[in-house]
Design a protein around this ligand. Structure first.
Ligand SMILES: *[C@@H]1O[C@H](CO)[C@@H](O)[C@H](O)[C@H]1NC(C)=O
Ligand SMILES: *[C@@H]1O[C@H](CO)[C@@H](O)[C@H](O)[C@H]1NC(C)=O
Ligand SMILES: *[C@@H]1O[C@H](CO)[C@@H](O)[C@H](O)[C@H]1NC(C)=O
Length: 598
């Protein structure tokens, strides 16, 4: 570069930097001063931001004839009066719980991200854009709380996506909660509130800027102000599979509704990367929990799970196939290569006193091609898996998978019903039964349970460099069981909390709508009663810190998925089957239903 030109560049740069600094000085009246991009009219217009790395050709939404997808929901027979009465009573109780929570939110946390249910305060956890309000819009509509819905819709105009309360934005959480929340509220209310689509587009335009990287992979934990200022950005070397793999439904629905293909283009590029490398990982069919989005190489890494950090990436294959009405066989292929790998390598049956045929997905560590270690780790988060497998079984006509789905759902039900509180903990370790031809290893054997508990005691002692004075293996185990309140079949409970999570009722709901098994609503009702009783506070419902005791202590926290997901799925469990029918709707991973268009 000739010196004069270099000087000009320098000058322009300095001027720009000074200008930027000047513009960044916030007006004194400004609410969240530190994190505001430069503004002209008090707003940053994401849609006018020019792309540093524009795509050379846009991938359009797939067109063409839709593929015939088998019927998904069970054909429920007409209901008798008794059954209807019971169902409606239960549904009313769920709605009452929602109304109680909403009252607390309105009075103490309106337009804030979360209510603090014990202290009656509020806090900002997801950018400060009223996460609970946006996440609950479709629930308000479905429960027929029309006045509250109208008030919430009126308030969404006040949410300002040109500004955030945190420096880094989690692109995945913003997509599933906010973008998903607006889109579903727009869809369930039949398109009668255009502001909901406007807001969806506003969030979408903001998030689209996170994809402006050299390889078009999004920055998962995103410096949004840097992007607003036009800085260069690259995707992260360590990106969680779930955070890059579960954006497709929301961006696709946004393209369908706005007829702007760029959102679909953005997520389809991720799917193409996943598909190209699916069989090249250490566990062909699946991807490790951490992938390198900067290089776009998704094959390194040796830990595989369908639980935390991966979960919804797998859930979205079938759902995206549904949203596109079968027009992209790629999503079917992705699922059909994934499921057998997970079934073969991750699913295991725990040893239980009543020899239940239940399943959990564990975690698989692969260090060398021959060194595979399955950890019998069970997580509440992974309880969505039963619903996922049930749905895939219907959509892709894989009837043999329905048994797997039932095993997974019943595993989580077992974990709920084993606890003195009636609620499953966040995570625990189970004793795995190794199947033999005659099934003998799967029959309850107290000695094996005690052995696993004792082994854990010894490991802990080694880790801490102490040795207990208790002698025999059996004594060690019995003392640990008493101290740690372990229930038969579990040898450790790593995380005793219940944070108002939805995954088990989500899977129960899907399984019920697909099979019509009349026992499932009763199971759901027992779960609901336990949760409602233990979590209720003056202002709302609170997370629990230890579900292994009959009367669990509470934490001052209520995430937005309580009203977005948990209560919505409980309510739908007791609704008529035509309400949000699964042949017309598809749920995102935050329980937001999108309409499947023709
Ligand atoms: C949220 O909490 C702050 C104090 O932290 C309080 O000033 C404000 O009034 C609360 N918001 C609502 C809607 O109650
Ligand atoms: C990813 O990296 C591995 C080595 O770590 C290499 O063997 C493989 O070819 C790379 N794949 C792609 C698609 O770049
Ligand atoms: C799942 O894996 C088990 C054990 O490897 C096998 O017996 C079963 O047939 C598999 N089920 C399906 C549906 O592939």
């Amino acid at each position: 570069m000739p010196p004069v030109k270099r000087f000009t560049v320098l000058l322009v740069f300095t001027a720009l930097a000074l200008f930027t600094l000047y513009r960044l000085k916030p007006p004194s009246s400004y609410k969240f001063a530190p994190h505001r991009p430069p503004l002209d009219d008090g707003r940053f217009h994401w849609e006018t931001r020019s792309q540093l790395h524009p795509v050379s050709s846009m991938i359009p939404l797939p067109t063409g004839k839709k593929v015939e997808i088998p019927r998904i929901q069970f054909k429920f027979p007409p209901e008798d009066t008794e059954a209807r009465k019971l169902r409606e009573e239960r549904q009313k109780a769920v709605k009452e719980t929602f109304v109680h929570t909403w009252k607390g939110y309105k009075e103490h946390a309106w337009l804030r991200d979360e209510l603090t249910p014990i202290s009656g305060g509020n806090r900002s956890t997801f950018g400060g854009w009223a996460a609970t309000l946006v996440d609950s819009l479709d629930t308000l509509w479905l429960m027929d709380l029309r006045e509250d819905f109208a008030a919430a819709v009126a308030a969404v105009r006040e949410i300002d996506f040109t500004n955030a309360e945190s420096e880094k934005i989690n692109v995945f959480e913003t997509t599933i909660r906010y973008l998903g929340g607006f889109l579903a509220a727009y869809d369930v209310s039949g398109g009668r509130y255009p502001v909901l689509l406007e807001k969806a587009r506003e969030v979408g335009e903001m998030l689209y800027a996170a994809f402006d990287t050299p390889n078009r992979m999004p920055v998962a934990r995103w410096d949004w102000m840097g992007a607003a200022l036009g800085n260069e950005q690259e995707a992260l070397e360590k990106t969680l599979l779930a955070e890059i793999g579960s954006l497709s439904l929301e961006f696709t629905r946004l393209s369908q509704l706005t007829r702007d293909p760029k959102f679909f283009d953005a997520v389809q590029r991720i799917t193409d990367q996943l598909a190209a490398q699916q069989m090249d990982t250490k566990l062909p069919g699946m991807w490790p929990i951490i992938v390198n989005a900067r290089t776009g190489n998704f094959t390194d890494g040796g830990f595989f799970t369908v639980g935390a950090m991966a979960d919804s990436a797998y859930e979205y294959f079938t759902k995206e196939y549904l949203l596109l009405n079968g027009r992209s066989p790629q999503y079917r292929d992705l699922y059909e290569r994934f499921l057998p790998a997970a079934n073969q390598s991750l699913l295991f049956r725990p040893l239980t006193p009543s020899n239940l045929p239940i399943l959990f997905p564990g975690g698989l560590a692969i260090s060398t091609p021959t060194d595979h270690t399955l950890s019998p780790h069970c997580e509440h988060l992974a309880c969505f898996a039963g619903g996922m497998v049930a749905l895939g079984s219907k959509v892709f006509d894989r009837p043999q998978d329905m048994e797997i789905a039932k095993g997974l759902v019943q595993g989580c039900v077992w974990a709920y019903e084993s606890m003195p509180s009636g609620i499953m903990p966040e995570s625990f370790e189970a004793v795995r039964c190794e199947a033999t031809e005659d099934g003998a290893e799967c029959r309850w054997n107290e000695g094996r349970w005690l052995g696993a508990v004792a082994k854990k005691v010894v490991e802990d002692e080694e880790e801490r460099g102490v040795e207990s004075t208790i002698g025999s293996v059996e004594e060690k185990a019995r003392k640990r069981i008493e101290d740690y309140k372990l229930v038969p079949g579990m040898y450790d409970i790593g995380d005793r909390r219940y944070i108002l999570r939805p995954e088990t009722i989500e899977s129960l709901f899907i399984l019920y709508r697909l099979t019509g098994d009349p026992a499932l609503p009763h199971t759901a009702w027992r779960m609901f009663q336990a949760i409602q009783k233990h979590t209720r506070t003056e202002f709302g419902h609170a997370a629990l810190s230890d579900v292994t005791v009959p009367d669990p202590p509470k934490d001052d926290s209520m995430e937005s998925f309580w009203t977005a997901e948990t209560l919505k799925y409980f309510w739908l469990m007791f609704s008529e089957s035509r309400v949000v029918g699964l042949d017309e709707w598809v749920f995102n991973t935050e329980a937001h239903p999108f309409r499947r268009e023709g």
